[in-house]
Design a protein around this ligand. Structure first.
Ligand SMILES: Nc1nc2c(c(=O)[nH]1)N[C@H]1C(S)=C(S)[C@@H](COP(=O)(O)O)O[C@H]1N2
Ligand SMILES: [Mo]
Length: 279
């Protein structure tokens, strides 16, 4: 098979077949490694696909499959934490639950990698990039911009939704305004310690209900849930609500963040089920 496009497609088909069969295998971990190897081979072969559009499409197909693997690896982490009281579940109001989501009684803790060391007194958040006024805030500095309360729902792309979270924090709109965005700024890369980021467009971040929050249900936000400072973007899947926020970087284009690079959707609107690239 000399055509690189056909070769990439064949590798993807093989990976898909293996993935479908993996749950019934004696050694799912070995199957997973084999899938990763196939996807790596496919990614290597991409460079030999001459047509740029074709290369782009195939590249997205490879990324999406890597994303699926990550999602499966995350599934065992979906355990509600013991220290949080059950949320009021509103099964009587299905209109508040986006398609493909189910309500969770507790509050799962979800993140990749290790938690950072958290010291609220030493916490700093920098607003930088395409701004006229680069600013470094401590928590008191953020609060001084004006504290508000927002009650909103949290929808994780892995399938759980937690309704009626009351967040206390500062409007991101006010934080951005204080930095005076340059006219070319269109998106913000939000960085969460130690090595996580998500990108959200400026207009979405300027909405009323988008906060940098330090409190949940009027209790200081626990470290596991992103304390002392996390982003809250209710109109997007949870992966955009970055925990342990250390930087807002305004940029002039959409730069894929941690999950967007791994095949997740650039926008991530739960009401449109924008889970993966191409949805
Ligand atoms: N820094 C950081 N923030 C993160 C993540 C992460 O891995 N690292 N995971 C995101 C995902 S996928 C979700 S669903 C929410 C979960 O928030 P919770 O752990 O408070 O429920 O955090 C988001 N923020
Ligand atoms: Mo998530």
């Amino acid at each position: 098979m000399s055509d690189p496009t056909d070769a990439v497609l064949a590798l993807l088909r093989k990976a898909d077949d293996l993935r479908k069969a993996a749950p019934s295998r004696a050694e799912p971990e070995a199957a997973r490694e084999r899938i990763v190897a196939l996807l790596e081979d496919a990614r290597t072969l991409l460079a030999r696909v001459g047509d740029a559009d074709q290369r782009q499409t195939l590249g997205a197909a490879v990324s999406r499959r890597f994303g699926d693997l990550d999602r499966e690896a995350l599934a065992p982490m979906l355990r509600p934490t013991a220290d949080v009281a059950p949320a009021p579940t509103r099964v009587d109001d299905p209109s508040r639950v986006p398609p493909g989501q189910h309500l969770t009684a507790g509050w799962p803790v979800l993140h990749v990698g290790r938690m950072p060391d958290v010291d609220p007194a030493a916490w700093r958040c920098t607003v930088t990039g395409r701004v006229h006024r680069r600013t470094v805030y401590d928590l008191a500095g953020l609060a001084a911009l004006g504290t508000v309360e927002v009650t909103a729902d949290l929808h994780c792309v892995t399938g759980w939704s937690r309704l009626d979270n009351t967040w206390t924090g500062v409007r991101v709109r006010d934080v951005l305004a204080a930095a005076e965005p340059r006219p070319e700024a269109t998106h913000v890369i939000v960085t969460g310690a130690p090595a996580y980021s998500a990108t959200v467009d400026l207009a979405t971040l300027q909405r009323d209900e988008v906060l940098l929050a330090w409190s949940h249900d009027r209790t200081p936000l626990s470290a596991a849930h992103g304390g002392p400072l996390r982003l809250v973007v209710p109109s997007r899947y949870g992966w955009k609500s970055v925990k342990w926020v250390t930087e807002l970087r305004l940029v002039d284009r959409d730069v894929p963040g941690y999950w967007e690079e791994r095949g997740y959707h650039a926008v991530g609107d739960p009401w449109r089920e924008q889970r993966f690239h191409g949805d």
